[in-house]
Design a binder for this molecule. Sequence first.
Ligand code: UDP
Length: 248
Amino acid sequence: MNTKIIKILEVPISNVTMKEAVDIVDGFVKSDKMHKVYTPNPEIVMLARNNPKFMEVIKKADLVVPDGIGVVIGSRLQKGDKLPERVPGYDLVQNTMKQAVKEGYKYYFFGSKPGVAEQAAEKMRETYPGIQIVGTRDGYFKLEDEPAIIKDINESGANILLVALGAPKQETWIEEHQHLLPNVRVAIGVGGSLDGMAGIVKRAPLIYQKLGLEWFYRLMKQPSRFVRMLVLPQFLIEVLLYKGDRKK
Ligand code: UDP
């Protein structure tokens, strides 16, 4: 990665603000090669910690932004540089969309349940008139469908590919298919963001987001997430106890 990084439990996170991240993505779109952008939260950091293959995939990214407040808090619990702010993947994508028409971005939405990517595209066309969403494809496919998916992405002329297959599937898919996507300049692993854009999963009200309590809002709405969230205290404890290398 070209950005300064802060390692959290070995996972390299780019030390950038939201504004910097948006400018970096813009630079990627205007470059002549594909770049990979991942957006880990504490759950994904822990997943990488327990899955060396996934860790290697994340280490090959060009930009890794802290999706969850937990990752920012993690950086504050350890010695050295601290992450300045949360850079949620959802907001990063929305911020690129605000300048999409002017900068000539062309998006392809790949992932989520059948119909969701199309619905997300429709909503985004309403929100950002003139935006070019040049293709969509759901994320439930067989191995033999992949050549057709690759062909569709390539023929669409998309330069920004949003991949919403959940972690670690989306990051692994991007890494393994990068060489087959010559026109794409940025591939972003966006998790549940297409569900959010389609309006299927509601974002927390702004006040929760500002207070870093989006996770709490989600927990109230979806108590079944509780078990998944138990990873957060475990993550913070591991960061506190971590003795390894925190530099590049
Ligand atoms: N998904 C998919 N294909 C799969 C598995 C998951 O398209 O084989 C989609 C799923 O429908 C959802 C997204 O991937 O839209 C994952 O969302 P989740 O909130 O689990 O991701 P996170 O942001 O937590 O990584």
